[in-house]
Design a protein around this ligand. Structure first.
Ligand SMILES: Cc1cc2nc3c(=O)[nH]c(=O)nc-3n(C[C@H](O)[C@H](O)[C@H](O)COP(=O)(O)OP(=O)(O)OC[C@H]3O[C@@H](n4cnc5c(N)ncnc54)[C@H](O)[C@@H]3O)c2cc1C
Length: 436
């Protein structure tokens, strides 16, 4: 573990944490190579715990909590249900569009969770939850019963009027077949063509993600499709994160390629003509990466758990991630509504806080009252260079929310190739903390 950057920039207060990536104020990257931090108060003495937990969704949040419930809870019976037999990482999936990564290189199996940690993995879809009976129904007809249920199903998308075939304007915002399809559409586009990338209103999964994808695709277009344009239609009033870096990149590196427009809503589409009908008029393009507005999946909303003020995501108590509508159900990752970004790193952190709280609760104890989470993020500014951002959050008892710690916030000034290498190290570390 290299803690130099972190120690230099964040002070001694956080030195007890094992960090995946952090730092601030310089262009040194928040290098990693170690597991991501757990809650500050993960059980220090083994707790004699019995109990059954069902985890719905084996992505960044669900796989992490299944592993850590077994690691820290020892005798807890953990069943992880996912509709896919293999997880495909969204993180780094934009590199598939430029041919720098294969989808296969982003796949993670559940074998180690099963063999090393004793997680029961069930490859099925949860179609219903009985909160009262703490029971779930699978599409195969099987019913599973537990003491606690953890929901970690990620996100779903709003329907877009006129778009009946999502493959015509792929979002590629869940890594998988649509990622491959978008890569193929870009490759087939003639030089001098027009690509559109739409950004939905916040909150959405991975706040810097669309901007970094735009940079990456623009760099690829520069080399492979000379004369092409990339129009970014952002529903938000401006660039949401790393504004200085992205603005600079759009202007300095991609001045002749990227055109950025803010406050653009997509009202409907004409999929046959490849046209977007926006509040500013019709826009036609050769390739359209349409990322719709996001919400928690139906398995969350059907139960009345998507109860944040927008009615899209699940309100939770961030001390234990229990639903504010059904206290014996916990909701972690992108489905939950918290003040933290919807990110894989944060999903992994929430999982650890929640695992700790469930173990304590099964032992009749209260959750840790001062949880801390951390989030590191690297953004690809070119096909070989990256920038980075780091934030930490601590519980604020007054607002009952996770609040960003200003002294721990850091972002790179600019971008470089070292950061790009560190991004891969950080990624390997995070994925191994989650799946290995
Ligand atoms: C292009 C892109 C780049 C990104 N880059 C970064 C980055 O650099 N850093 C970062 O921290 N984050 C990044 N993210 C965000 C990150 O991928 C998500 O925040 C993270 O995956 C959320 O984890 P999750 O567990 O909530 O959801 P997911 O990882 O999506 O997992 C949800 C799982 O639930 C399963 N599931 C859903 N419903 C059911 C059901 N009913 N029954 C059974 N299984 C079900 C799904 O199959 C899936 O495996 C990026 C995202 C994208 C799209």
């Amino acid at each position: 573990m290299e803690r130099r950057n972190f120690l230099r920039n964040s002070g001694a207060f956080f030195t007890s944490l094992i960090l995946a990536g952090c730092g601030g104020g310089s262009s040194d990257s928040p290098i990693s190579g170690t597991p991501t931090p757990g809650p500050t108060s993960q059980p220090t003495t083994p707790l004699a715990t019995t109990g059954r937990v069902i985890v719905i969704g084996g992505g960044m949040a669900g796989a992490s909590i299944a592993k850590y419930l077994r690691l820290w809870g020892r005798t807890i019976d953990v069943t992880l249900v996912d509709k896919s037999a293999v997880y495909t990482s969204n993180i780094l999936s934009s590199l598939v569009l430029t041919g720098q990564r294969s989808l296969a290189s982003l796949e993670y199996s559940y074998n180690t969770l099963r063999s090393t940690y004793g997680v029961n993995f069930v490859n099925d879809e949860v179609v219903a939850i009985d909160a009262g009976a703490t029971e779930v129904a699978l599409s195969s007809g099987t019913r599973l019963k537990a003491d606690r249920i953890v929901l970690a199903p990620g996100i779903d998308f709003d329907a877009v009027p006129g778009l009946t075939d999502g493959n015509i304007m792929p979002h590629a915002w869940k890594a998988g077949p649509q990622t491959t399809l978008l890569a193929q559409q870009l490759a087939a586009m003639p030089a001098g063509g027009t690509v559109v990338l739409t950004i939905p209103p916040a909150p959405y999964r991975c706040p810097p993600g669309p901007y970094e994808r735009a940079c990456l695709v623009a760099d690829w277009l520069r080399v492979n499709k000379p004369g092409s344009k990339l129009l970014i239609l952002d529903a938000n009033p401006g660039i949401l994160v790393e504004k200085e870096n992205f603005e600079l990149a759009f202007r300095q590196l991609y001045g002749g390629i990227i055109e950025y427009y803010s406050s653009v809503s997509i009202d409907s589409v004409d999929q046959t003509m490849r046209v977007l009908n926006t509040n500013g008029g019709a826009v036609r393009a050769d390739v359209i990466n349409l990322i719709p507005r996001q919400k928690a999946p139906a398995i969350v909303s059907r139960m009345g758990l998507a109860n944040d003020p927008t009615g899209r995501f699940a309100s939770v108590n961030v001390l234990d991630y229990s639903s504010t509508a059904a206290p014996n159900i916990h909701i972690i990752g992108d489905s939950s509504a918290t003040t933290q970004p919807k990110a894989g790193h944060i999903a992994n952190q929430e999982a650890k806080i929640c695992a700790d709280a469930i173990i304590r609760s099964l032992n009749g104890l209260s959750p840790d009252s001062q949880p801390i989470t951390t989030s590191a993020c690297f953004s690809t500014i070119t096909m070989t260079q990256a920038s980075w951002l780091h934030a930490m959050f601590e519980y604020n008892a007054g607002t009952r929310s996770m609040q960003s710690i200003p002294a721990a916030f850091g972002a790179s000034a600019g971008w470089n190739t070292e950061n790009f290498k560190d991004m891969n190290t950080w990624f390997e570390s995070l994925m191994s903390d989650t799946f290995a």
